[in-house]
Write a protein that binds this ligand. Structure first.
Ligand code: MG
Length: 166
């Protein structure tokens, strides 16, 4: 096994009326959706940040700035695919990712298989190397009134180069 690296990603987006609810690359039926410069897919953003960080690359906000018109209304799947290409170009392969999605709505559980499959497709890994878990916020604070989605993601990378002998 080559060298391993771990990366941590986090993202939060407000959920507002009049926005499509796209999370984990999947369109969910819900009356609000994440506000953002791109499509606001906090799941794909957190995963991209975890991968970029593990590979020692610049973070999402630096590479895909909110002020760059190229990313206005962008499909975050394209953004994640670009991040994965950068990670591969640095000689790293994705081993697995794990994601926690905290929100009072939409419900994540019914969409886990679709989200895992879509994320796996974007990362070029098997679906069993992608964990997605939904958590509620137990009615605490304004997040718990359905105002936002919070996402934590962790990613493990393996170097494509064989470990150097000492
Ligand atoms: Mg974001």
């Amino acid at each position: 096994m080559g060298r391993l690296r771990v990366g941590l990603g986090f993202d939060v987006h407000r959920l507002v009326a009049g926005r499509e609810c796209i999370l984990g690359g999947v369109r969910l039926p819900h009356d609000t959706g994440p506000l953002g410069h791109s499509d606001g897919d906090a799941v794909l953003h957190a995963i991209a940040d975890a991968l970029l960080s593990a590979a020692g690359l610049d973070d999402l906000g630096t590479l895909y700035s909110d002020e760059d018109p190229r990313w206005r209304g962008a499909d975050s799947a394209a953004l994640l695919a670009d991040a994965v290409a950068r990670v591969h170009a640095k000689g790293w392969s994705v081993v697995n990712v794990d994601v926690v999605v905290a929100t009072e709505g939409p419900r994540i559980a019914p969409h886990r298989p679709a989200m895992r499959a879509r994320i796996a497709e974007l990362l070029g890994v098997d679906a069993d190397a992608v964990g997605v878990k939904g958590k509620t916020l137990e009615g605490l604070g304004s997040f718990a009134q359905g105002a936002a989605v919070l996402v934590h993601a962790v990613a493990l990378l393996e170097s494509n180069q064989a470990r150097k002998a000492n």
